[in-house]
Design a protein around this ligand. Structure first.
Ligand SMILES: [Zn+2]
Length: 174
């Protein structure tokens, strides 16, 4: 009998269990990305999975390389994060900055979360942190990226580049 070693399957099945418990919301794009099969990671723009959180490209980026870092669980508030999640999100934020510095050499970063719809959260039910690389004079880039076809192509390419770089940086925590 062939035994297929597929560790992601356990996460996948865990995803269904979480769904039963109400921790995964099928209509939430972050939950979809959190629970997806590795074969769909490129399509869903997932670039890294870590212990308590994962990283994906924002489909509607402010800038090239605009990342989202989210816990696997569908929770909306910082007060609902466990210490392990809180710590891992910060650690992965540091890792994301290192990865972006290696791949695109930004001059600076904006990091933050929008809590609640009134604060601009598109998905208020699933907490996520934005990591936005910044370059001097990049505000003019918004006009450049208004063509959605160009954006989707570059997102696809960026997913490949960043996923590779995250793979290299995995396990190099301080
Ligand atoms: Zn969710």
């Amino acid at each position: 009998m062939d035994v297929l070693w597929a560790p992601w399957r356990s996460e996948y099945i865990q995803g269904f269990k979480d769904e039963e418990k109400g921790l995964i919301k099928p209509e939430c794009f972050l939950c979809e990305a959190a629970a997806c099969d590795p074969a769909r990671e490129r399509e869903l723009l997932v670039v890294a999975r870590r212990k308590e959180c994962f990283v994906m490209l924002n489909k509607f980026p402010y800038n090239g390389g605009h990342l989202l870092i989210a816990p696997y669980r569908h929770i909306g508030g910082i007060d609902e994060l466990t210490d392990a999640e809180l710590c891992d999100i910060m650690r992965v934020t540091r890792e994301s900055i290192a990865v972006l510095k290696k791949t695109s050499n930004p001059h600076g970063f904006n990091i933050g979360a929008n809590l609640g719809r009134v604060a601009g959260a598109g998905v208020p039910g699933h907490l996520h942190y934005h990591v936005v690389p910044r370059w001097s004079g990049d505000t003019s880039c918004l006009a450049v990226i208004s063509d959605t076809k160009v954006v989707s192509q570059s997102l696809d390419e960026l997913q490949v580049i960043l996923a590779k770089q995250f793979l290299k940086s995995e396990g190099t925590s301080k």
